[in-house]
Design a protein around this ligand. Sequence first.
Ligand code: ATP
Length: 373
Amino acid sequence: MAEIRVEHLRKAFGDFVAVQDSNFVVRDGEFFVMLGPSGCGKTTTLRMIAGLELPTGGKILLGGEDVTMRRARERDIAFVFQLFALYPHMNVRKNIGFPLLAQGTPGIEIRRRVEETAKLLRIDHLLNKSVSGLAGGDRQRVALGRAIVRRPKCFLMDEPLGTLDTEFRDLMVHELRELHNRIRATTVYVTHDQMEAMSMADKIAVMNHGVIEQFGSPREIYDRPATMFVADFIGSPPMNFLGFGGGLSKGASEILVQGAKVAVPEVREDIAPADMALGIRPEHIRFDDGSKLRGAIYGTEYLGTTQIVAVETSGGIIKARVPAEIRLNAGDQVGLALSSARLSLFEKGSGRAVRTAIHDTVIHDGAAEVRHG
Ligand code: ATP
């Protein structure tokens, strides 16, 4: 398996720039997810790594070797599209072994590797069955087997679970991650589904309009979003934004929001007066009668162990996730306390996070590594 290094990667289709100056490193054995809305440039990035699309600029290194100009078949990469694409007239053994046969691998070696792969996927008892009679989960496993039997340098997967219903998709998310833990193959996985990304990835790159807005572990991205776009795209419901004006000075640890003083993590930079936003996740808000940040209950969404409560404040709706036992009625006035250690501050114009005591890490660490490493 091999490390993938992408440096200043760019792709333009005529005047339209689909991917702008992307920098990231997928370490050997890592499960890396490219996450973002439709049209943000995920598939184009993946196709460039695969060698199916030539970049307009930048470099792609596979295991330290520059493969930017190499053809797809010279890169030793397995590209998994829809996991259902099997040869219906062949049995499981032939489906899994097909890529080896096409490479001219000797029959005895094919047999050994197919059996080893089937064991890994726990479908060795199905080897002589026809694929057309298989249940959905087993078909997916056969398709995966066909990709891993070649032992490529890395796997690229483009929304492989896109067409599945929710229940089956959850199962496959779990299985894919479990398989990854066993074979530790360098994997790049493209999805627009944040839950898939959060449950499978070691590292996530969140893309928007051809730009990687943040690169980091699921926890870093959730807890310390680098931009308002990331804060809004990840999390269900997404992060709340509360507007406030004025600037911020280095060392500040309190701001005024809707007439209430709110303690914030120590600010580590000076920001000239501008429209600002405080970002807070619903689960980091609790009810507190003593708080000056107040509003009326607008609606509740009961979720069993918790409930999402929408509170109408003078600055708009704020959603809080609170224990389900709390009894609430529409119109009740409540005070809201924000967990200052968990909130983020943003400059609204650029959307970028202000550097504070909890936002003081190098956010684009993959990009930084490319520049400095
Ligand atoms: P989706 O999940 O919808 O495929 P994506 O994030 O994977 O979204 P891409 O497929 O990478 O997005 O496309 C990025 C942008 O580039 C889109 O606006 C798309 O229309 C455009 N694009 C992709 N391929 C081409 C092409 N061959 N010619 C012109 N524009 C293209």
